[in-house]
Ligand binder design. Structure first.
Ligand code: ATP
Ligand code: MG
Length: 560
């Protein structure tokens, strides 16, 4: 049900789009635009990644270029094929494709090795045999320059010999590293002879036991970009200080292309966290029910919650791309979903917290068929029958025995319209020993039926949804709230005390129209007056849908 691409508004301009446009104008890259999305397959993608995906694939789409899908699989100890599949799935679901351009940094391990030998030969890399601890101590800090390692001036021959023996597996993990020979006094710590290769006796999920040395991320990433002839290598701000190293690699090695790196601010969103490590902790410590828990900011979680690809793309467009870090209010995201689903979701009726309403002057064996539109603005979506009977369900919150000021729904002696049906007047109610209302009674006005000439003579302020007890069914409804009660849990030392204890409420007594029992897993619905719901794709069974609250109709959080 997603909108055709052509109907989407043109993406807003941003500084990266401007750079690409200027480069095209100036023919900087021979008129080409090639970007890439380079996740590490060590976790599930989250909405921050969606920002990067929409930016990189969006540039390719809008400037007639290509965007490569590339896995940065340089760390053999943390990666898994489970993540690869889910990442590919998430990118496609978001509406983007990479065509034939699916790559892995491990495709370039041989190239990286070749360049490493080249650097050694040029006197620009050396094998260091200091311990990791000593390397750190020798590096200095922001106020003190580093000291050269005693191994810094090894001969080319010795370096080549040692490096080849590192590859051959003669040494243990950590015994040697290959370092770039740049500048131990550089004010930029990344240039103080950064490591290019380390020993890791660990099989790699793609290359198996072929390698026991692995290129470091900064080296492999620049080499990969250059091999793929990437024009604009777009990454997040924390890599700004790595850019001189990126440039050093592509300028010093005999690479086939000279890409440029540009940085933008990563997405931070209130009431959630973006760190993959912390998200993993949420899963492992069972604070949530897996990566696809509908409270997670992961793509799989958001999708299961009821977020559409269109809503996420709209969000990425609305927040824009800038160079300064900020914290985006999650209500911006929620509004995007409302805007998307207002168009796309069929309407239905559900009574989430039901209480019985008895229409005393309506015969118990009678039924009046009323009609409700499937979408208020889309007549071609048709309408469906809503039977009206003597016993109905209404929302508990729609009745107040002692109304507060401004309450226009059902109160003793008060009148409301039951949507698509009749005006009723409350004649009484019963409550249990605790004062909890167990039943509301009313009488209806037969000449007040919606759409008939007499209906207009009744002036009532309330307009409530309802369901016939005989024509509805109980279903499971999961109402979600924010996972954290603090707006910035990622900034705290420990996020655990900040978890919202009421982030999920499960009900089994909510009532829906019987037609909704056949709702397909993953389908989206607006339950009138309540919110947008999505049929849970994991726990629903044929005829037994589980409804997840995706977002309420209005932003009720602000009013608490
Ligand atoms: P790690 O902590 O494991 O490095 P990461 O979040 O950087 O995690 P990657 O898999 O390296 O994850 O990210 C892939 C791409 O997505 C990178 O280009 C990265 O800059 C971008 N990205 C990651 N998080 C965000 C975010 N919050 N906002 C925008 N882009 C992001
Ligand atoms: Mg990363």
């Amino acid at each position: 049900m997603s909108k055709p691409e052509s109907a989407a508004p043109a993406p807003a301009s941003n500084f990266i789009r401007n750079i690409v446009a200027e480069d095209l104008q100036a023919n900087t890259h021979g008129g080409r635009v090639a970007t890439r999305f380079p996740p590490e397959p060590n976790g599930y993608l989250h909405i921050g990644h969606a920002k990067s995906i929409c930016l990189n694939f969006g540039l390719a789409r809008d400037f007639g270029g290509v965007c490569h899908m590339r896995f940065d699989d340089t760390n053999p100890t943390k990666e898994d094929t489970e993540y690869v599949e889910s990442i590919l799935d998430a990118v496609q679901w978001l509406g983007f494709g990479w065509g034939e351009h699916l790559y892995y940094a491990s495709d370039y391990f041989e190239k990286c090795y070749e360049y490493a030998e080249f650097l050694i030969g040029a006197g620009k890399a050396y094998v260091d045999s200091l311990s990791a601890e000593d390397i750190r101590a020798y590096r200095g800090n922001l106020t003190e320059p580093g000291k050269p390692s005693p191994y810094r001036d090894r001969s080319v021959e010795e370096n080549l010999d040692l490096f080849r023996r590192m590859r051959a597996g003669e040494f243990a993990d950590g015994q040697h590293v290959l370092r770039a020979r740049i500048d131990m006094a550089s004010p930029n710590m990344n240039l103080r002879d950064p490591a290019l290769y380390r020993i890791r006796h660990h099989p790699h999920w793609r290359t198996g036991n072929t390698w026991c040395i692995y290129p470091m991320y900064d080296f492999a990433h620049a080499v990969s970009d250059a091999q793929e002839r990437i024009t604009h290598s777009v990454c997040t701000l924390e890599f700004e200080d790595h850019r001189p190293l990126y440039d050093w690699v592509v300028e010093t090695c005999p690479v086939p292309y000279r890409p440029r790196q540009y940085e933008f601010a990563r997405l931070n969103l209130t009431y959630t966290m973006m760190s993959k490590r912390k998200l993993l902790e949420l899963v492992v410590e069972c604070h949530v029910d897996g990566w696809d828990d509908p409270r997670m900011p992961t793509i799989v979680g958001l999708r299961r919650r009821g977020y559409t690809a269109g809503a996420l793309r709209l969000f990425c467009d609305r927040i824009g791309v800038s160079k300064s870090d900020s914290l985006i209010d999650v209500s911006v995201l929620e509004d995007c979903l409302r805007d998307d689903l207002n168009e796309e979701a069929r309407r239905g009726v559900a009574v989430i917290d039901p209480v019985r309403l008895v229409i005393e002057n309506f015969p118990s064996d009678a039924t009046e068929i009323c009609h409700a539109p499937n979408h208020p603005q889309k007549a071609d979506w048709g309408q469906r029958e809503i039977p009206f009977t003597r016993e109905l369900w209404i929302e508990r919150e729609d009745f107040m025995a002692e109304p507060s000021k401004g309450f226009f729904r059902l109160t003793p002696g008060g009148m409301v319209r039951l949507r698509y049906a009749f005006v009723v007047k409350c004649t009484g109610f019963t409550a249990d020993a605790d004062g909890r209302v167990t039943e509301v009674r009313a009488e209806y006005f037969p000449d007040s039926r919606s759409g008939t000439p007499g209906a207009d003579t009744y002036k009532v302020k309330g307009n409530m949804h309802w369901l016939s007890v005989a024509h509805s069914q109980a279903v499971e409804v999961r109402e979600y709230d924010r996972l954290f009660s603090d707006p910035n849990p990622g900034a705290a030392d420990d996020f655990r005390p900040l978890l919202n204890p009421r982030s999920i409420t499960v009900r089994h007594d909510s009532q829906v129209e019987v037609g909704l029992l056949a709702a397909a897993p993953g389908s989206h619905w607006q339950f009138e007056r309540k919110g947008y719901f999505c049929v849970d794709s994991r726990d629903s069974q044929p005829g037994k849908p589980v409804f997840n609250l995706a977002v309420s109709l209005k932003d009720t959080w602000q009013k608490r």
